[in-house]
Ligand binder design. Structure first.
Ligand code: MG
Length: 329
């Protein structure tokens, strides 16, 4: 018997009846011979990990734009934190950990440079709108490899629906909520580091329920998720912990994501990307991979969305800053 088949049998024997078994996958768009060693979901995880878009996450903003300190999160470390939290929940609930990990590692591949301000900028200028989750799916379906990574339906569904509508699998639901748990906690940690907020400003009633330290809070949220979801066919928190988590998230929106200090930089980042967008529409020959097909706007969006923060800055310097002034930047 092949190693893959042994792993598939282990899944059937050990996982919950609610788990998504790799053997039952709805499959790939293009037929492929199965790997003798890895299950379909393990193979998807590896394809994502080895993609170029995954490596670029290390130079993309999470919340703080091109931060000076080495300890701030980037889109890559955010992704790894989501994956680790999601795997803990999946394993505890006897759901498919490989599927969960694949979705988590792929969920933000479509993020623009400069975090959500970059996403907002492209959404404002483009004719059909821009959402990072839809673009993550485009990255794995079309842009990576030779005509996409040809991932399974379940991984693609989890990536697309990590925000917006409900994922089709419990493993997808785990990633959606692990994304919250990760960013709420690490964005508080980074905001404290940047002195954007102080510990005393955090809503004290939330801390009473969730704990006042970073690791305690993650622990309480994750343990609560596991308890409240056990055997339920739904991934959820208890009402009390959910209320406190949502309130903490609302606090972040009011005090960190829209903080005037961070906001000023955001406006600059947005205007930079918008200028690049109009520039490439007029100069398609400057798009690295060229324009395939006749949808120029899509090619421009793909190119800009794929950039790291520093690559976008470099392109802006190249096309908008006279070379004699470059030393002043
Ligand atoms: Mg995320």
């Amino acid at each position: 018997m092949l190693l893959r088949q042994k792993t598939e049998e282990l899944e059937e024997r050990n996982l919950s009846p609610l788990a998504t078994l790799s053997r039952d996958s709805r499959g790939r768009k293009r037929w492929e011979k199965e790997c003798p060693v890895r299950t379909a979901f393990q193979r998807d995880r590896d394809r994502i990990l080895h993609s170029k878009a995954f490596r670029r996450l290390k130079h993309k903003t999470q919340v703080f734009i091109a931060p000076e300190g080495d300890h701030y999160r980037t889109r890559l470390t955010h992704t790894l934190e989501v994956a680790q939290i999601a795997r803990t929940i999946a394993r505890s609930l006897k759901l498919n950990e490989d599927l969960t990990e694949a979705i988590a590692l792929g969920h933000d591949l479509g993020h623009t440079p400069f975090g959500h301000s970059g996403e907002a900028a492209l959404d404002e200028v483009s004719t059909s709108g821009f959402r990072h989750n839809e673009h993550s799916l485009r990255v794995v379906d079309v842009l990576e490899g030779q005509g996409g990574l040809n991932l399974t339906y379940e991984v693609r569904d989890g990536i697309l629906n990590h925000t917006g509508s409900e994922p089709a699998t419990l493993e997808g639901q785990i990633v959606r909520i692990a994304d919250w748990v990760a960013y709420i906690n690490h964005d508080i940690d980074d905001a404290l580091r940047a002195d954007v907020i102080s510990q005393a400003e955090l809503p004290q009633d939330c801390l009473k329920v969730l704990g006042s330290g970073h690791s305690t809070r993650i622990n309480i949220m994750v343990s609560d998720l596991i308890r409240a979801s056990q055997g339920r066919g739904k991934i959820q928190m208890s009402p009390k912990v959910e209320r406190a988590t949502k309130k903490l998230r609302a606090f972040l929106f009011d005090h960190v994501y829209t903080n005037p200090r961070a906001k000023g930089e955001e406006e600059k980042a947005k205007s930079l990307l918008k200028q690049l967008y109009y520039f490439y529409l007029q100069h398609p020959e400057k798009i690295d991979a060229g324009v395939k097909g006749d949808d120029l706007e899509q090619a421009v969006l793909d190119y800009i969305a794929g950039m790291t923060d520093r690559y976008a800055l470099k392109q802006f310097n190249l096309y908008f800053v006279p070379s004699q002034f470059k030393d002043y930047i």
